[in-house]
Every structure is written in structure tokens, then in C-alpha cells.
Design a binder for this molecule. Structure first.
Ligand code: SF4
Length: 405
């Protein structure tokens, strides 16, 4: 008999439902879809001739590393779509055999469950356009609620951590991070720079063998945050637009070294590259800086809540700052760079059609970026290595990356 279990979720997931054939960027295209062993075994027994034909042609076992969750995959067709996807953008397997016949990834996407000290937390990826709308367009910000689910429901598990092995101050650090990202007395850039300073200090504290002082350090920063004391400190941090745009240009152009599968991202990526003059060998940022600062101002004035929601969703989903990089500053650097790269991408797209740029276009930039970048381990490593080479864990460099105006 199936019971219930508690789970922490972002409030917007209470209303999420896949929109199926109406989806403008279905998850059944661009991604390689992995199959778990249970589903692979089930497919071997299917007798329906249409499904049998697709299975024999497109379902392949991994030949290198094979695990129960990553046992086989559905080979994409030449148009990048899943072989089971019909012309109405519906799944033929689901139509004929029901949801139980879906592989774990298809059944659970865009949800991911992390387990913290035995307690499950369900998050969702904004690579799904419907999640992006629900998560990012909420002007009130993302709230979290506890709810109940069937105990035997299938989940795609991400992290499973024992906080005592990570840090004795896991909850203090995690909650301070999420609260600061939502602290609206500061701009989003100010919030990020407060975190940059805090994580630098926290790393120094750990390196000095005083990890036990992290809770008191966090309390101090929390108190200073509430008094508004950081505004003047953040103002003094450096701006370096030339350096910022050449670093971001290098990172963005690095994505060209790998095939771009998602059409929405492909279109926006090349629009941005052309509009920002990033396509020549002699990259010049100066002619574009006026345009870039203009859009930075518009983003801050009109779309601040969308960027906040992006950061909060990303931080919750990745257990920030405990994803697994070697220190807090590296964790922060990777969160900050996605924020900055999305702003540059959106700026480029906005420059090509300023009158048509609105929150929906910004959402498309974020959603397609997430779909193409968040799961691309090789490109993420390229980003990380490039940033480390440029010493981007320091507060001064992070300030140069984040400050635009
Ligand atoms: S991307 Fe989201 S809304 Fe679109 S088909 Fe997949 S789960 Fe459904």
C-alpha cells in the first residue's frame, strides 16, 4: 500500500502541468533522452508493430559506462526530435502505453529531487518553457512550501547529501544565500556582490582552520545586510566594462566550439553575436558599450524580479553553495557567470529589435540558455577553467563581471 511523504517544493510547482503539444520548445527535442534499465527491459517486450519499429531503429544501449538509470538512450532523428514524437508534438509511447511506459527522465522532467539529510526537495529546470513562465514571471518572488507526495512516486534524483559531511554551517550559509538573493532593499547586482564579499570571507575563515566561526560570520553579515550597510561598500567595488565584455565575449564565443542543438538558442546566440560585434577576430567592445549600459539600466529597472527569480531557482536546484566545487567562491563564480552571460545574450537580442523586446523574449533567452548550457558538462568545464585562469573568484574580478553601469 502506498503512503505519503513530505517534500519541500517551490510554490509554483503546485500549479505546474506539462502543456504537451502546445509547448513551444518541447523537451523531446534537442536533448539526448536517456532510458533506465527498467524501461529498456519493458521496451524489449513491446509487441505493437509501430512502437517495435521505432524501438529497433532508435533505442540503443550505452556501450561504455552503463548504470541502472543511464542504461540506454533514444537516438535523436536528423531533425533533433525524439523518435517517439508525433507530428502533433505528442509522445507515441505515452499515447499507446500510458505514462508508466515512459523512461524515468521523460516521466519526471523538468523535476529533479535532491535529498538533504533524508528530506526530499523537489526543484524544476527553467529549460522547460512552462516552468520558466511560472518561476520567473512571478513578481512576488519564489516561495517554498512543504507538501505531500505518494511515497512510491518515481523521481529523478540529483544530490543526496549528509550536511554534517559538507559543513557544520550548511543551513546558515544556504539560508543566508537564498535570503540575500531575495533581499529587495538592494539591487540584484548589490545582492550578488554582498554574497561575493561574504563567500570570500567565509573561504578565508575555512582556510584559517576556523570553520566553526562561519555561523557567527553569517550572523554578522545578515545583521549588516538588514541595516543597509552594504550599499556604500558595494559602490566602492570596481567597474571594468572593457574587461567584462571581452571576458564574456570569449566565454560566449567558446560555445561555438560545440554543436548547438536547440533552435531557439541557436537563433538568439547568433543574433547576439552579430549585434554585439563579437564575430570578428579583432573583437572591439568600445563601440557597443553605450548600447550595453543602456540595456543594463532597462533590465535593472524593468526586469529585476525576473533575474532574482532566475538566481533563486538556480540556487535552490543546485543546492547552492554546496554543489561540489572546491570552495564557496568557486560556487559563487559559477552562479554569477550564468547571470552575466544571460544578460549579455539578452542585450544582444534586445539590440536587434529593441521595440519587440519584452519579458517574454527575456524568458526565451533564459529558457533556451538553460536548455543548451546547464546540462553541457564539457562547456561548463570550459567556462570554469577560463574563469579560474582569469582569477575570477576574487571580489574585485567578480565585481567587474557583475557591474554594468
Ligand atoms: S518542456 Fe515542459 S511543457 Fe514542454 S513538453 Fe517538456 S515538460 Fe511539457
Amino acid at each position: 500500500m502506498s503512503g505519503k511523504r513530505s517534500i519541500l517544493i517551490p510554490e509554483y510547482m503546485q500549479t505546474f502541468a506539462c502543456i504537451g503539444g502546445d509547448c513551444e520548445d518541447t523537451c523531446c527535442s534537442a536533448f539526448q533522452i536517456d532510458l533506465d534499465k527498467r524501461t529498456f527491459d519493458l521496451y524489449k517486450k513491446i509487441e505493437d508493430p509501430d512502437l517495435r519499429f521505432i524501438i529497433s531503429r532508435s533505442v540503443k544501449q550505452f556501450t561504455d559506462i552503463q548504470t541502472d538509470n543511464k542504461y540506454a538512450f533514444i537516438e535523436k532523428q536528423s531533425d533533433n526530435r525524439c523518435a517517439f514524437l508525433t507530428s502533433e508534438n505528442l509522445c507515441k509511447m505515452q499515447q499507446l502505453k500510458g505514462t508508466d511506459a515512459l523512461g524515468l527522465i521523460c516521466h519526471t522532467y523538468p523535476r529533479l529531487v535532491n535529498v538533504v539529510d533524508g528530506t526530499p526537495e523537489q526543484s524544476a529546470s527553467i529549460s522547460c518553457p512552462e516552468v520558466a513562465r511560472l518561476a520567473l514571471l512571478n513578481k512576488e518572488g519564489i516561495r517554498f512550501v512543504e507538501t505531500e507526495i505518494d511515497a512510491d512516486e518515481r523521481h529523478n534524483y540529483g544530490f543526496d547529501i549528509d550536511t554534517s559531511k559538507k559543513s557544520s554551517a550548511f543551513w546558515e550559509v544556504r539560508l543566508f544565500s537564498l535570503n540575500t538573493l531575495q533581499d529587495r532593499q538592494y539591487t540584484v547586482v548589490e545582492r550578488l556582490l554582498i554574497l561575493a564579499m561574504y563567500f570570500q570571507k567565509a573561504d578565508e575563515t575555512v582556510q584559517a582552520g576556523q570553520a566553526d566561526s562561519i555561523p557567527s560570520l553569517t550572523e554578522k553579515y545578515d545583521h549588516l545586510c538588514q541595516t543597509g550597510a552594504f550599499q556604500s561598500l558595494v559602490q566602492k567595488l570596481p567597474i571594468n566594462l572593457e574587461w567584462k565584455y571581452s571576458l564574456l565575449a570569449k566565454l560566449l564565443l567558446g560555445r561555438e566550439n560545440f554543436p548547438i542543438a536547440n533552435q531557439r538558442f541557436h537563433e538568439r546566440f547568433y543574433k547576439a553575436i552579430d549585434a554585439l560585434g563579437l564575430n570578428g577576430h579583432s573583437y572591439e567592445s568600445q563601440p557597443y558599450i553605450t548600447e550595453l549600459t543602456k540595456w543594463e539600466t532597462i533590465f535593472t529597472e524593468k526586469y529585476e524580479y525576473i533575474f532574482e527569480n532566475y538566481l533563486v531557482n538556480q540556487a535552490f536546484r543546485t543546492l547552492f553553495p554546496f554543489r561540489g566545487y572546491s570552495n564557496f567562491s568557486e560556487e559563487f563564480m559559477m552562479l554569477a557567470i550564468h547571470y552575466a552571460a544571460i544578460r549579455l545574450l539578452a542585450t544582444g537580442v534586445a539590440c536587434t529589435a529593441p521595440n519587440q523586446f519584452d519579458e517574454h523574449e527575456l524568458l526565451s533567452c533564459m529558457q533556451s540558455y538553460s536548455k543548451e548550457i546547464d546540462h553541457h558538462a564539457v562547456y561548463l568545464k570550459y567556462m570554469f577553467d577560463t574563469l579560474k585562469l582569469n582569477d575570477c573568484t576574487s571580489t574585485a574580478k567578480l565585481s567587474a563581471i557583475l557591474k554594468g553601469i
